[in-house]
Design a protein. Structure first.
Ligand code: 4NP
Length: 157
């Protein structure tokens, strides 16, 4: 079993979208239960909250599930997960701040490093923007998660 944790700031927009898209792709590939996804925020603003209603609506419209409740990233996540995939440079910095000795640095990656069809080097925060931002998040995450799925399958083969 491989465990993947997606991390953003609030854990109500980008990282829950990534978790749900990854779960969808894993199920479609017939790999349910072999790749387990979760998500977390570096901040505690939305602990216990559902995903943002705009993200739920956009995911649902595009055929993806939209489950989950907000939680904050915690140091034990470094040990518990095989891959820790952050959405932007601020998330990267905030996660690595909790690993001052760098023991888990190799597990932490920008999710956009998996993109093949897009060249952005972060998944932009859609929280303060319009509906097009939520669609852009999903476009980037479908690209990245598809490649991530292939990578995990290859590394575990
Ligand atoms: P996320 O978006 O990090 O993609 O979940 C945000 C959600 C909430 C806030 C910021 C970004 N906030 O400031 O409450």
């Amino acid at each position: 079993m491989t465990k993947v944790l997606f991390v953003c700031l609030g854990n109500i927009c980008r990282s829950p979208a990534a978790e749900n898209i990854m779960n969808y792709l894993v199920d479609q590939a017939g790999l349910t239960g072999t790749i387990i996804s979760d998500s977390a925020g570096t901040a505690d603003y939305h602990v216990g909250d559902l995903p943002d209603s705009r993200m739920i609506a956009t995911l649902t419209k595009r055929g993806f599930p939209a489950h989950g409740r907000g939680r904050q990233f915690k140091p034990s996540d470094f040990e518990d997960f095989d891959y820790i995939l952050v959405m932007d440079q601020a998330n990267y910095r905030d996660v690595l701040r909790l690993d001052p000795e760098g023991h888990y640095r190799h597990k932490v990656e920008l999710i956009t490093s998996y993109c093949r069809a897009h060249t952005l080097n972060a998944v932009p925060d859609p929280y303060y923007g319009g509906p097009e931002g939520f669609n852009q998040v999903i476009d980037l995450l479908v690209d990245a998660c598809s490649v991530l799925l292939t990578t995990v399958k290859t590394e575990k083969a």
